[in-house]
Ligand binder design. Structure first.
Ligand code: DO4
Ligand code: MG
Length: 286
């Protein structure tokens, strides 16, 4: 089941919807669901979505609405160096910090960092940013866990952890500047409710970057390559910290373009996760 936020031509407000099939969206706001939060807190979420989908509510053609990021009021956090590919790429980009990446991959405590306030998250179809003071910029295609306020993983979506590799590589203490800036985080297109972790680990993750008509990069990985159990990542995120609105946790990048590659303005970034869908954003300089 796919839960989304959207705006439609005849409504100004952000509405909550359920994607019924590839072409139709059921308008849950018609049934009084104005926010996703209360739904995501329910222990019987999947049953409630099944009930709502059979309730005869208004529908919209999917191609007639604008999908908004499903991040409503959650902080977005990100785990790092959870794939061997990420560890190796980062060790390569920085003599200075190589041992830190090597150590954290095997350490008991994972790397987890703050990524975005909810109101700054970029929606599907909007532009993600590359910093004007960075020379080497990449998207990071990541499976995102949607976690409610009690720390339960209630669904999955797609995240793009945009990163400036030259800034991060110069000094690990610059990580917040490499990772957190205007339009550095896109999440969408919807939340998939229902799959278990074992099912999600079967999903393929694909990153494609187009420049005009040309495909300038394509690469694949599998969510099964994520080193740590999802529950372990969430348990660390929730240690000594509360999330009254829940949280979205990106689980790290397993596809990294070659060191010769950097994004340019107007590139199109497409991230596809087989069990979820595609998140697509153009690139702009910020
Ligand atoms: O440690 C730097 C960031 C790691 C990261 O974002 C990733 O592995 O996806
Ligand atoms: Mg990342």
């Amino acid at each position: 089941m796919r839960l989304c936020r959207f705006t439609a031509a005849r409504h100004d407000d952000a509405r909550v919807g359920l994607i019924a099939n590839g072409r139709t969206l059921i308008d849950l706001t018609d049934a009084g669901v104005h926010r996703m939060k209360a739904l995501l807190e329910r222990a019987d979420l999947a049953d409630e979505l099944t009930r709502l989908s059979a309730a005869g509510l208004t529908t919209h053609a999917l191609d007639s609405v604008r999908l908004l990021t499903p991040v409503e009021s959650q902080e977005v956090w990100a785990a790092g160096v959870t794939y061997l590919r990420s560890r190796d790429a980062r060790m390569g980009e920085s003599d200075f910090s190589a041992t830190a990446y090597d150590r954290v991959y095997d350490a008991e405590r994972p790397e987890i960092f703050f990524k975005s306030l909810p109101e700054k998250v970029v929606s599907p179809g909007e532009a993600v940013g590359i910093r004007r003071d960075a020379r080497w910029n990449v998207p990071e295609p990541e499976l995102a866990l949607v976690v409610n306020s009690t720390g339960v993983i209630v669904g999955f979506t797609i995240g793009n952890d945009m990163s400036s590799r030259d800034i991060e590589g110069e000094n690990l203490l610059y990580l917040p500047q490499a990772k957190i800036y205007t339009s550095s985080c896109a999440v969408g297109p919807w939340i998939v409710v229902g799959p278990t972790e074992d099912e999600a680990r079967q999903w393929a993750i694909r990153l494609e970057i187009r420049r005009g008509a040309e495909a300038v990069f394509a690469g694949d990985t599998s969510a099964g390559q994520i080193k740590r159990p999802f529950a372990e990542l969430v348990e660390y995120l929730f240690r000594s910290q509360t999330f009254p609105n829940g949280a979205v946790l990106l689980t790290g990048a397993g596809v990294v373009p070659p060191d010769s590659f950097t994004l340019e303005a107007h590139d199109a970034v497409r991230i596809t996760i087989s069990g979820i869908g595609t998140l697509e954003n153009a690139v702009t300089i910020v």
